[in-house]
Design a binder for this molecule. Structure first.
Ligand SMILES: [Zn+2]
Ligand SMILES: [Zn+2]
Length: 134
């Protein structure tokens, strides 16, 4: 399987070969702050499986060993690496895949830091687009 993905503006594009090792929805405060989102999906691959085919991601040291790669033009988060905890592996921010449906998540991780209201988020009212104007 070859997956393709890119940042929002398209400056940085990448390809991934093979099946993900796992795909986790991460609820840690670090991911939350970095993405500005309540959780972040990460598809894990051997680092050798991921190739940037256009542009160059900027790398930010988000912790002692954590490295977050993002588009220098639009800011989209793309990859996460951690040579201490995840040697030889890379996490791809799964919603940057051109077909995010191709790799469904398998687990939730770091729920020790999960926002309490996320536990019941699936029970909120839903709308195909927006709520009707009142
Ligand atoms: Zn971009
Ligand atoms: Zn996280």
């Amino acid at each position: 399987m070859t997956l393709t993905g890119r940042c929002h503006c398209g400056t940085v594009a990448f390809e991934v070969q093979g099946e993900p090792i796992t795909h986790a929805l991460c609820h840690c405060g670090d991911c939350r702050r970095s993405a500005g989102a309540p959780m972040v999906g990460w598809a894990m691959f051997p680092a050798s499986a991921v190739k940037v085919v256009r542009g160059t991601a900027k790398v930010y040291a988000s912790s002692q060993h954590g490295r977050r790669h993002f588009c220098p033009d639009c800011g989209t988060g793309l990859f996460y690496g951690n040579a201490a905890i995840l040697p030889g592996l890379i996490d791809v921010q799964s919603a940057t895949l051109d077909d995010p449906e191709a790799v469904p998540p398998r687990i939730h991780i770091q729920i020790a830091e999960r926002l309490t209201w996320m536990t019941r988020a699936h029970e909120l009212p839903t709308f195909e687009r927006y709520p009707p104007a009142s």
